[in-house]
Design a protein around this ligand. Structure first.
Ligand code: FES
Ligand code: FE
Length: 480
């Protein structure tokens, strides 16, 4: 596409008229890879997945594989999973515990903090340390790494702003999902599967699409999975956008904070911990304003969901929390990684039922999941045709012809959270998300510099300095 074509495309996106082909277009995907995913903070896992020294998970940012590991020093690192020798993937397992990673190709081995410690036939092949000095050689670290409430993000941009600045006011809302107690969350999963759909569609849907619920998910309401008798109930909630993310809420019936949290199924002990860990404003969104957060997305591809279905044959409901990433595979395919999350201090019985609630609704077999994905696959395949290049999709819900809003934003008296919030149906958040997308794609790509692989402190270990041919004898090593 030429620059004027792109300028028109971005202008259309910003006014809520979306060129349909952006949901299945090789050229757009190339720009996303180069200008968006090479810069943005991308969620790769949670610290609770790697609680002990040596624990690791392997996660991707598009085609770049990272070993997210906890070293013997307790520090979490994201190491580019490519051997310094000939580029083989050093770790082929998805998760595990290892003191060392040994490359399957020729057997170079690395400590779980990335340091190269072993080369087979070091003396014969390289002349020992005189020919190739192991000291200071390490697997390439992710250019930037940041954590918030144990959520681990990486950015391929060494100049990325600090994660906390990037999240901005959305951190206020992240706490509802990830800080219900001092101990934070623990994760189960991820479940992982691929869908023939563009990654943006899910991110937009979770950010703000309350409008699809009454139609796409009618059957879920019909079978009585929810306490609310009608899916249209969603129009009483509000959508909000703050910092790098936005989401949807449900309007709760009148009552105190405690009554409202009990209404969705939280036991009193968990409510007490929320009261101790959330700010006055965070508590007021629920207790004073009556809004409880539901689905949300953090730009670009992390989504969260919080809901409270009936899990057993009774009137009782129980909440669950889930996190997921929309990991692009190509313009028409996405790998979904979906985790169940729960407050680490929740009672065991609660955790078991909450997991059941999650599986019923989301995850690879969830009822919502199945309803949603058929729409997105259909949309994506049609967006790849030539007619889609002539069509601007209408994503202007909540806007009048003259650009004004159908309803005014909520005032500080009506909504205690930061950012901009509106009651009712509207595509405010989809427009926010895609405007951020346009901002990224409009910027020239960041220069990619080669990195000299060495530790600034030149640090090595005893075995790195020794003249042994291999240094993988101690501890466990992961090679497969
Ligand atoms: Fe040769 Fe890894 S590619 S040891
Ligand atoms: Fe849905």
């Amino acid at each position: 596409m030429t620059d004027p074509d792109l300028a028109t495309l971005f202008a259309d996106v910003r006014r809520g008229m979306i060129p349909a082909h952006i949901y299945n277009d090789e050229e757009i995907f190339r720009l996303e890879r180069e200008r968006l995913f090479n810069r943005a903070w991308v969620f790769v896992g949670h610290e609770s997945e790697i609680p002990h020294p040596g624990d690791y998970v392997v996660r991707r940012v598009l085609d770049d594989s990272f070993i997210v590991s906890r070293g013997e020093d307790g520090q979490v690192r994201a190491l580019f999973n490519m051997c310094l020798h000939r580029g083989m993937q050093v770790c082929r397992a998805e998760m595990g515990n290892a003191t060392h990673f040994r490359c399957p190709y020729h057997g170079w081995s690395y400590r779980n903090d990335g340091r190269l410690v072993g080369l087979p036939f070091h003396r014969d092949a390289y002349g020992g340390e005189a020919g190739f000095r192991r000291k200071g050689q390490t697997l390439l670290p992710a250019p930037s790494l940041g954590t918030y409430n144990g959520l681990v993000f990486v950015s391929l941009d060494p100049e990325a702003p600090p994660l906390r600045d990037y999240l901005g006011d959305f951190a206020f809302y992240l706490d509802y999902y990830t800080r219900q107690s001092e101990s934070g969350i623990e994760l189960r999963g991820p479940q992982r599967w691929r869908i023939k759909a563009n990654w943006k569609i899910g991110a937009e849907n979770f950010a703000g699409d309350m409008y699809h619920t009454p139609h796409t998910h009618t059957s879920v309401v019909e079978i009585g999975l929810f306490r609310e008798p009608k899916a249209e109930k969603r129009k009483d909630g509000c959508t909000y956008w703050a910092g790098s993310g936005g989401g949807t809420t449900y309007k709760l019936p009148p009552g105190t904070l405690e009554e409202r949290l009990r209404y969705v199924g939280y036991p009193d002990a968990m409510i007490e911990r929320m009261k101790a860990n959330w700010s006055r404003e965070q508590l007021d969104v629920v207790g004073r304003d009556g809004f409880l957060i539901s689905a949300a997305s953090v730009f670009p591809n992390l989504s969260l969901v919080h809901n409270w279905p009936r899990v057993e044959d009774s009137d009782d409901v129980l909440p669950f929390i889930s996190l997921r990433t929309w990991q692009p595979v190509g313009p028409d395919e996405t790998e979904v990684l979906s985790w169940f999350a729960v407050d680490a201090e929740a009672p065991e019985e609660y955790k078991a039922l909450s997991y059941k609630a999650y599986l019923m609704c989301f995850g690879s077999t969830g009822m919502f999941e199945q309803d949603d994905v058929e729409n997105w696959v259909s949309l994506t395949s049609t967006a790849g045709g030539s007619m889609a290049r002539r069509l601007l999709l209408n994503s202007r819900m909540g806007l009048l012809e003259d650009g004004g809003n159908v309803v005014p934003p909520l005032t500080a008296e009506q909504f205690s959270g930061p950012g901009e919030a509106y009651v009712g149906y509207g595509e405010y958040n989809q427009r926010h998300l895609l405007s951020r997308w346009a901002d990224c794609l409009e910027r020239p790509p960041a220069p990619v510099r080669q990195v000299q692989v060495s530790r600034p402190d030149g640090g090595g270990t005893a075995d790195a300095d020794s003249d042994t041919d291999t240094a993988d004898a101690a501890g466990t090593s992961a090679t497969a």
